[in-house]
Design a protein around this ligand. Structure first.
Ligand code: ARG
Length: 587
């Protein structure tokens, strides 16, 4: 565990200081935090090891000689004696932990309410902007990847102790919005989503698609859309009223999808409120000479010196563009809530946009520009011919979740588990979300994904349901015990009994949970946590196959292993929560 490692770094730093004194050397001993700790290539070598090379160089001695000398000093250290033993192995000082105390510490930590809450980002403010859809159609498959990346990252950052703002920047203005409005005026006949039995976002999306038909019927359709946008900008009451009505429909539908998939936000920013924010900043930059006015009147910035192109920031008619409002929004957000980090979860096709944005903010003199981060992600594709797509659009998020849930229900029925799982539809939905979310998180964000629903649902292998299944196995052992089965109730739990290599391997995995959270938080990488959950599932699977828990004839060992199972279950629950994989009692 983190505390154990910190303790050993202190012990080794102390030993080095002692060794330096013994040698009468004038060099400075290292600070405990700077002592490098590694995991040995084979578990037989120890639980962790310290490479001696830097100290050998410092002390002009052979690494093996330093390792041997430090081992002798550590052997006299009372703190070390309680925690384990240090043995020289060539140029390394390897540590074998005292298993009993470490097992006791891990089980106690896992039982506490703060298990997995690390505090490594305590006092840091992080704003995560994600999802950010447009209000002319429903969420699609790509949004599912965005949403789970943003939601999981936020939960991980929160577990690391960061103060969070999850912001959804909704694009609710522009020509595409006017197109769905025009088509609704033409074909909608005043109908509502409720009358058609459609979710509001699907209803409006239908009219967005119908704009194609309108274009065929009316050669002036595009022009009319432009005119409508102008009327919107001028605040035309009728246009604004229709816009508000359709936007409310879409937002209601999209929020249903968020609720269904477990995604939430601290606040929603609407582009209709923010699109003008950047203008003032651009004009200021023009005054201070960061930007320049082109001959045609547009305001631009030259970025060739950093390998980017000249970028227009305000059109010649003075209207703002996509980047103008991102400039304004970043500044306004920082004024409102000074953040230590702002993470934009946006597809990798916008990589260039964010490079330009960050460079511009830097040139405007904002020191915090270096705290901005674009968490870019690749495409999600389906095997060709897999799912029918709506005319002219990509696969809807709701349809996909429906389809995966239906497959999961079929799978439960095929296994004859309907009775065991309880509410079939609810469990199928949770398995579907586990399958989908794990599949989308497990791959590192920049890679494209080919999403295969059947593969993602497999109960074995590198899948969400495999993790859910192992969590359910742990639950089932605890339930059986509570139902009076087995020997654990007759014994007394003694962590010191969990000293076999098999028990130890599982305990070491549990001990690494807080580190996995910290690594995922520091690297903005939920995939690291997903990988940890898979490893935990695999370790638990092996362990419980080979090591009887409740049926163990030694009642004290049964009781001790039951405690280990409880710790496993707690870790699954906490970790799966961070990865947006629903925990299941049985499946
Ligand atoms: N609404 C945009 C789209 O669908 C994404 C917005 C990304 N966020 C931002 N601050 N530029 O492409």
């Amino acid at each position: 565990m983190v505390e154990t490692k910190a303790a050993w770094k202190r012990i080794v730093a102390r030993a080095i200081a002692e060794y330096i004194k013994e040698k009468g050397s004038p060099v400075q001993a290292p600070a405990p935090e700077s002592v490098v700790l590694e995991r040995p290539p084979k578990p037989e070598l120890g639980d962790f090891g310290f490479p001696m090379f830097p100290y050998a160089k410092l002390l002009r001695a052979a690494p093996a000689q330093v390792a041997a000398a430090l081992a002798a000093i550590v052997a006299r250290d009372p703190e070390a004696a309680r925690l384990g033993a240090a043995l020289p192995e060539g140029p390394y000082l390897n540590v074998r932990l005292a298993r009993g105390p470490e097992a006791a510490a891990v089980l106690a930590a896992a039982a506490s309410a703060s298990w997995g809450r690390t505090g490594s980002l305590a006092g840091k403010r992080v704003l995560v902007e994600f999802s950010s859809p447009n209000t002319n159609k429903p969420l699609h498959l790509g949004h599912l990847r965005n949403n789970v990346l943003g939601e999981s990252l936020s939960r991980i950052l929160g577990a690391a102790g960061a103060e969070l703002r999850k912001v959804n920047h909704i694009n609710d203005r522009g020509i595409h919005i006017c197109k769905s409005m025009l088509a609704y005026e033409r074909y909608g006949e005043g109908r509502t989503p409720a009358q058609e039995g459609l979710k509001g976002d699907h209803f409006v999306g239908k009219y967005y698609v119908l704009f194609n038909k309108l274009k065929e019927e009316d050669p002036k359709a595009e022009e009319k859309a432009q005119a409508m946008l102008l009327a919107w900008e001028q605040g035309d009451p009728a246009v604004r009223a229709l816009w508000q009505k359709m936007k409310d429909w879409v937002m209601e539908g999209i929020k249903e999808t968020y609720a269904r998939t477990g995604v939430s936000f601290t606040l929603y920013d609407f582009e209709s409120d923010t699109y003008d924010l950047g203008k003032r900043e651009v004009l200021r930059g023009l005054e201070s000479g960061v930007f320049f006015r082109q001959e045609d009147g547009a305001v631009s910035v030259k970025l060739e010196d950093v390998g980017l192109d000249t970028k227009v920031l305000l059109r010649k008619d003075g209207t703002s563009i996509y980047i103008t409002q991102d400039i304004g929004t970043a500044i306004a957000r920082h004024e409102d809530w000074p953040y230590d980090r702002l993470v934009y979860v946006v597809g990798n096709e916008q990589k260039y946009h964010f490079q330009v944005l960050f460079e511009i903010l830097k040139r405007l003199g904002f020191g915090w520009a270096s705290d901005l981060h674009h968490l870019a992600y690749g495409m999600v594709n389906l095997p060709s011919g897999r799912m029918k797509t709506r005319e002219g659009t990509v696969v809807d998020a709701d349809d996909l979740v429906d389809e995966v849930a239906a497959l999961a229900a079929k799978e439960i029925e095929a296994k004859g588990r309907e009775g065991a799982v309880g509410d079939l539809a609810a469990v199928a939905e949770k398995i579907a979300l586990g399958a989908l979310h794990y599949y989308l998180l497990q791959t590192s964000p920049m890679k494209d994904i080919l999403y295969d629903p059947e593969l993602s649902l497999s109960f074995t292998g590198d899948t969400g349901p495999y993790i859910q299944y192992m969590g359910a196995r742990a639950s089932s052992i605890i339930r059986k015990h509570e139902g009076g089965e087995g020997n654990a109730a007759k014994g007394k739990a003694e962590p010191a009994l969990l000293g076999s290599d098999a028990d130890w391997a599982l305990i070491s995995r549990l001990a690494a949970f807080p580190e996995a959270v910290d690594a995922a938080a520091a690297g903005l990488e939920p995939s690291a946590l997903a990988g940890y959950l898979h490893d935990l599932a695999a370790d638990f699977g092996t362990w419980y196959r080979d090591n009887p828990v409740l049926a163990n004839p030694d009642a004290n060992l049964a009781a001790s292993r039951l405690e280990l199972v409880r710790a496993v279950r707690r870790t699954f629950e906490a970790g799966m929560g961070l990865a947006c994989i629903p925990f299941l009692e049985s499946m």
